[in-house]
Write a protein that binds this ligand. Structure first.
Ligand SMILES: C[S@@+](CC[C@H](N)C(=O)[O-])C[C@H]1O[C@@H](n2cnc3c(N)ncnc32)[C@H](O)[C@@H]1O
Length: 282
């Protein structure tokens, strides 16, 4: 099985340009097995043959692996804590605010932050310069995010008062996010395992992404995310994503909600000038 798995991964990397080596093997295998079952297949070798010969199957497999499930205000209690303990304080201290939603799926997460800033600041939002950078490895998800149209299932955690203020019903169970919320968000395709990290962020959200990535990849991504934060910047992970925060120079703000603050970096431990290049992607 392991041999067959490795053969598929090497094929995808060398011939299709999709590098799954940083992903947890159990996760990839579980998804592939479920997909094979839906095709009535049991043998991974046979499935690999189909993937090799059929480009449509290759793109179906990738769709299947990129789990884009997301919700507005996913885990509402975490957003409440982030708002009360971090964002409310941030708007008192700064007029220029930069947020990165890393692994943003179809935009539910970055638009949630934008709604929170609108709610906190109301009419004063025009006197702030708030930029929310939202990135994902999946091009289709980013295209969908730019459209900003969602089914009611993505809005299950959205209170009615917020729904009527920030969404317009466009028929057939679809809701469109209003332009003022969209205006704060910039979307880009970006692979956390390969591309250079962004920089100068006050807040980074990376939720339900690390669970798919193996230990080595996760370390690299976390290191990059912390580098991307200003001192005292905030990192929020998904509630099931445990990390040993000390290892990354983070201190907990709320351990249950997986919200951390970057400790002030002593100048002698700053990255070497030649060792770390800032990303100019956005
Ligand atoms: C389950 S969704 C989470 C969405 C959102 N953060 C949330 O909490 O609801 C995981 C997202 O991570 C993205 N992803 C997976 N690996 C990635 C990588 N290496 N770089 C960037 N995004 C990645 C997937 O495409 C998917 O959209």
């Amino acid at each position: 099985m392991l041999k067959d798995y490795n053969a598929l991964i090497v094929y995808l990397k060398n011939k299709v340009g999709i590098d799954l080596t940083g992903y947890r093997r159990e996760f990839v295998l579980r998804r592939i097995r479920a997909h094979m079952m839906s095709l009535g297949l049991k043998d991974l070798k046979e499935y690999t043959r189909i993937v090799v010969s059929n480009p449509k199957e290759r793109s179906r497999l990738l769709d299947y692996l990129a789990i884009n499930v997301s919700y507005f205000f996913r885990d509402p209690w975490c957003w409440q804590i982030l708002t009360n303990k971090c964002l409310s304080e941030l708007i008192l201290k700064r007029r220029n605010i930069r947020v990165w939603s890393a692994g943003c799926a179809c935009g539910e997460e970055p638009y949630t932050v934008s709604i929170i800033f609108h709610e906190l600041l109301k009419g004063r939002i025009k006197s702030y310069n708030i930029r929310i950078y939202a990135t994902d490895i999946d091009r289709n998800a980013i295209e969908k995010a730019k459209q900003g149209i969602y089914s009611s299932s993505s809005l299950i955690y959205v209170p009615q008062s917020i729904k009527s203020k920030y969404f317009r019903y466009v028929g057939k169970d679809k809701y469109k996010i209003v332009n003022s919320v969209k205006a704060l968000v910039t979307f880009k395709v970006h692979n956390l395992l390969i591309n250079l990290p962004l920089k100068g962020m006050n807040v980074i959200l990376c939720r339900y992404v690390l669970i798919y990535i193996n230990t080595k990849g996760r370390k690299k991504v976390l290191h990059n995310l912390v580098q991307a934060l200003f001192d005292n910047g905030i990192l929020m992970l998904g509630p099931s994503e445990y990390i040993s925060h000390n290892e990354y120079g983070l201190e907990p703000v709320d351990i249950r909600a997986r919200i951390y603050r970057k400790r002030i970096t002593p100048s002698d431990s700053l990255p070497h000038k030649s060792g770390w290049k800032a990303n100019t992607l956005l």
